[in-house]
Design a protein around this ligand. Sequence first.
Ligand code: 2P0
Length: 338
Amino acid sequence: MTGITPAQWVQKELLAGRCLQPVREQAKAYAPANIALSKYWGKREPDFNLPLTGSISISLADHGTHTQLQVIDKPEHEVYLNGARQGADTGFVRQVKAWLALFLPASISLRIDTRNTIPTAAGLASSASGYAALALACNDLCDWHLDYTSLSALARLGSGSASRSLWHGFVKWQAGEADNGHDSVAYALPARWPQLRVGILTVSSAVKAVSSREGMGRTVQTSGLFKQWPAQAKGDMAIIEQAIMDHDFTGLGQTAEQNAMSMHATMQAAWPPLVYWQPESVAAMHQVWGLRQQGVEVYLTMDAGPNLKLLFQAANTATLLQHFPTLEVIQPFPANHS
Ligand code: 2P0
């Protein structure tokens, strides 16, 4: 144990010598959502959101979160999500306030306007792009000039997967070893893959009953199958990183799909069991496997929710749209991104 709290670490180390107050009235930032190809599932420490293993993701370009901050003359922060004021007692607002309190004096209040460009129903309008955009906006508001690695650590304190949402393209979050998490940060992998596509298949907009944070904790504590997960996660991550470097789509897709299915197996062996899948999810999985048998190279991955994310290459876009007319096709490497 470090013996220090996340707030102490942020103020005394990460932001040492920097201003802990806004220096301008307003700031705004954008961060993309990300989909893990090799998943983060299980923490070694919950207060600093430190993972048991590393993970690799692909960012979703213009699908993410725009955040606007404004200093207000009010006793409390005001949080808006997609234009709607959020109640002070919601988990979302409590977590955002706790994150701001890591560095901001209680005398400062902000209006936080967060807008997602991904359908909330897809379970993607997650904390990842939200905390990454918030960290970027605070960096500007307080004039910290932090590098993205430091912002990755700060975003992680809001939500683990947010550490990966500072960059576009492929991103690797290394688990790190330090108790205070200074080395548990992400970085961009030096690879572009313009032909790669991610398809969001929203099969159910049912609100999930168990948050990923709670589900992760329950799985670590009660699932017998979780024992094998860290070793598999490490192996999968190495294979996926190599497949990205080699542009080996088969290696990437197969490993990502098996990694996701294995993560879900650990959840299903938890107690009480955790099954994020809905009947429509399973039907869509069979459709994906059927297409693959017909020679269409498409793979699936899933997170802590009922919807599928499909991995395929540009040449198969029309075929996939034929079979999944509602598929939202995302180009992670658009021509205008470097
Ligand atoms: C991931 N997920 O790697 C994995 C796969 C869900 C399944 O990261 O507790 O919201 O805030 O660190 O980041 C979702 O977990 O959890 C997640 P916290 P987070 O994308």
